[in-house]
Design a binder for this molecule. Structure first.
Ligand SMILES: Cc1cc2nc3c(=O)[nH]c(=O)nc-3n(C[C@H](O)[C@H](O)[C@H](O)COP(=O)(O)OP(=O)(O)OC[C@H]3O[C@@H](n4cnc5c(N)ncnc54)[C@H](O)[C@@H]3O)c2cc1C
Length: 366
């Protein structure tokens, strides 16, 4: 446990997770906080996120509830930052291969207390008038939304810096300094920085950092594709997040939309540009007013993916003073998880909500 006086924490990685954590810590921690990144903030996978703030499907109930609480925490954070995060709570529309599967999706969400309802074809047509082929039933999750992940990260960073966080971009952490299994600091390409506690929020970079301590993390780098399309007509044709078996889309502005696609393989025919062109054909077939839509850019983002796809949060047992936060869907989860982690990091008070997500759950090789 760290006392609140005259101590120091280093956070490695200024993506959505590290920056959100720095923001929460900066409101409560009395010691020095240093946020280090080998690039600039949000230049890791955060910049390539679809950034849908959503509740998951087909997962344990406890995890679905965690994601519901995460949406509430985004609302709290939005109000604490006076609306500067520009969250768009548009709600999300989704449907599945069959109407029965969509009904099952709605039912399973309702069972966990989530605000979701069925839309008939005509109700859907009213709220998405440019949609061409509509299912008999769609799900509408009114409490979901999206955020510009780069803007959100930079907004939280600006506030954290104003509250005294020492931000060091373009500092690559090469190894962690430790003695007798106690962490003392971070060795970077620009010098060594000492700290009582180090928090690894380095996205896929966490894998290599842990390896330098001979700790093998059950995390892989999982590719996913994000596509930006330009809409030169500047006339919006989509009002909500829309997720169907064929596409996952959301508006950015009247002249831009984002599309998330699965990564298939390294073959040329599955390149991000090829996938983006195929998706463009699907979008043009699916919406009125999209003839002029064109591909701006497509990227592959590498997501930190724990082996069981659940978050990893907490101390790394073999090293006193070492804490890790690594998760898939970290845009959705960052405010809630970082707020809870802040309590553990500053006061050592274990948070029951985090207990299913400890690194130790993999100890038996799970
Ligand atoms: C196509 C796509 C769609 C997605 N859609 C969603 C979605 O709809 N909703 C959702 O919640 N999530 C979504 N995600 C996942 C989400 O983007 C990630 O979970 C999240 O951005 C991870 O944030 P992070 O801060 O952990 O990692 P990062 O953003 O990668 O931040 C880690 C930082 O650590 C730095 N770093 C790494 N190693 C070192 C080192 N040795 N020294 C110093 N700095 C280091 C990096 O430079 C980087 O800035 C999506 C991801 C992709 C790719």
């Amino acid at each position: 446990m760290i006392s609140k006086q005259n101590n120091s924490i280093i956070i490695i990685g200024a993506g959505i997770v590290g920056t959100t954590l720095a923001w929460y810590l900066s409101h409560h921690y009395k010691g020095k906080i240093t946020l280090i990144d080998k690039q600039q903030a949000a230049e890791g996978v955060t910049q390539h996120s679809f950034a849908w703030l959503n509740v998951s499907y087909g997962r344990p109930d406890g995890y679905s509830k965690l994601r519901q609480q995460a949406l509430t925490e985004w609302r709290n954070l939005d109000s604490l930052t006076q609306g500067k995060l520009n969250i768009n709570w548009s709600g999300a529309i989704s449907w599945h291969e069959t109407d029965a599967a969509t009904h099952e999706f709605i039912h399973s969400h309702q069972k966990t207390g989530f605000n979701i309802k069925a839309l008939t074809k005509s109700e859907l047509q009213l709220i998405e008038p440019q949609l061409l082929s509509l299912p008999e039933v769609a799900a509408f999750s009114a409490d979901e939304g999206f955020v510009d992940p780069v803007h959100a990260t930079q907004t939280l960073l600006t506030e954290a810096i104003a509250r005294g966080v020492n931000y060091l971009p373009e500092h690559e952490v090469l190894a962690l300094e430790h003695h007798n299994h106690k962490i003392h600091g971070a060795i970077t390409n620009k010098g060594t920085f000492s700290a009582d506690q180090i928090i690894i929020t380095a996205g896929v970079g966490a894998i290599e950092l842990a390896q330098s301590l001979l700790v093998s993390l059950p995390i892989t780098a999982s590719p996913s594709i994000i596509v930006h399309y330009n809409n030169p007509t500047e006339q919006s044709f989509i009002n909500h997040i829309i997720s169907t078996p064929e596409m996952e889309l959301r508006p950015v502005s009247s002249s831009k939309i984002l599309c998330a696609e699965d990564f298939i393989s390294d073959r040329l025919e599955d390149s991000e540009v090829a996938i983006a062109q195929n998706a463009l054909t699907t979008i043009k077939k699916s919406f009125i007013g999209t003839d002029a839509l064109n591909l701006e850019k497509a990227y592959i983002g590498m997501r930190p993916m724990p082996k069981d796809e659940m978050p990893i949060v907490g101390n790394v047992d073999d090293f006193e003073g070492l804490y890790i936060i690594s998760m898939h869907a970290a845009i959705t989860l960052a405010p809630l998880i970082c707020k809870l982690a802040k309590e553990e990091i500053i006061d050592g008070i274990k948070q029951a909500a985090l207990s299913p997500y400890r690194l130790t759950r993999f100890a038996s090789g799970n």
